[in-house]
Design a protein. Structure first.
Length: 239
């Protein structure tokens, strides 16, 4: 956090001053005031709020299977400037969005800035691609904004417009390096899975013996059925 320590969040109607190790939760409304905030949303989302900016963490959850980890989050952009970077990784599916009034910016692994200019919203893509959509604008193909491109949503006219790339806050954010954040994510995922496994009930010796007996009976029954089928097939062929 840079600047005056005036940033705070609203959680369940309670105001909480933001400190260096403050954890962000779903439902939090974050106000930067006279500070510049950089924060992480698991697994690989990094965000920077410029001064006088406000957002709300509307949704944030993880679905984890043995093969892939799915990350879904929605940030409601209220005002100011927000810089976002979401890093792709193996066995990770990302569906992050920043939503403002009547417009949404879908993140699939990229870095970009969203800012407010009166009633309009500007998008400037630093790396990767961002998909833009609005319930008031119907397009035959998705609006894709690529690196070094600018884009504007005119809320009053309900229209999209390409514009010159120009960041409102060109200073480089204090984001972690991509390899560092990927390593951090993998370590946290491993710890979470180990914790989940440790809480599963363990079988005692009697339970294990019963399971072995049941499996043996299943194998024997399967073998008997197989022999019966073989005899029936031989009799059918003899006929």
């Amino acid at each position: 956090m840079l600047g005056a320590e005036t940033a705070y969040l609203i959680r369940d109607s309670e105001r909480i001053d933001i400190k260096t190790n403050t954890e962000i939760e779903q439902g939090d409304e974050i106000n930067s005031e006279d500070s510049v905030l950089t924060f992480l949303i698991y697994p690989t989302g990094q965000y920077r709020l410029s001064k006088k900016s406000t957002i709300k963490i509307t949704q944030s959850f993880i679905q984890d299977s043995n093969e892939v980890e799915k990350s879904f989050s929605v940030i409601e952009f209220v005002k100011g400037v927000i810089r976002a970077q979401v890093v792709r990784d193996d066995d990770l599916e990302i569906d992050h969005q920043i939503r403002a009034k009547d417009v949404a910016f879908a993140i699939r692994g990229t870095e970009f800035e969203v800012s407010q200019d009166g009633d309009d919203y500007d998008l400037d893509v630093v790396e990767g691609e961002v998909e833009v959509s609005s319930p008031h604008i119907q397009t035959f193909v998705p609006e894709i904004v690529k690196a070094n491109e600018g884009f504007r949503f005119n809320r009053k006219a309900r229209s999209f417009k390409r514009r010159q790339f120009k960041l409102k806050n060109p200073d480089r954010p204090a984001f972690w390096a991509r390899e560092v954040i990927k390593k951090e994510r993998r370590e946290k995922r491993l710890k979470r899975r180990q914790f989940k496994t440790s809480r599963q009930p363990k079988l005692n010796s009697m339970d294990r013996a019963r399971l072995r007996a049941e499996r043996k009976e299943q194998r024997q029954a399967s073998g008997v059925q197989g022999k019966r089928r073989e005899r029936m097939e031989r009799r059918r062929q003899q006929r």
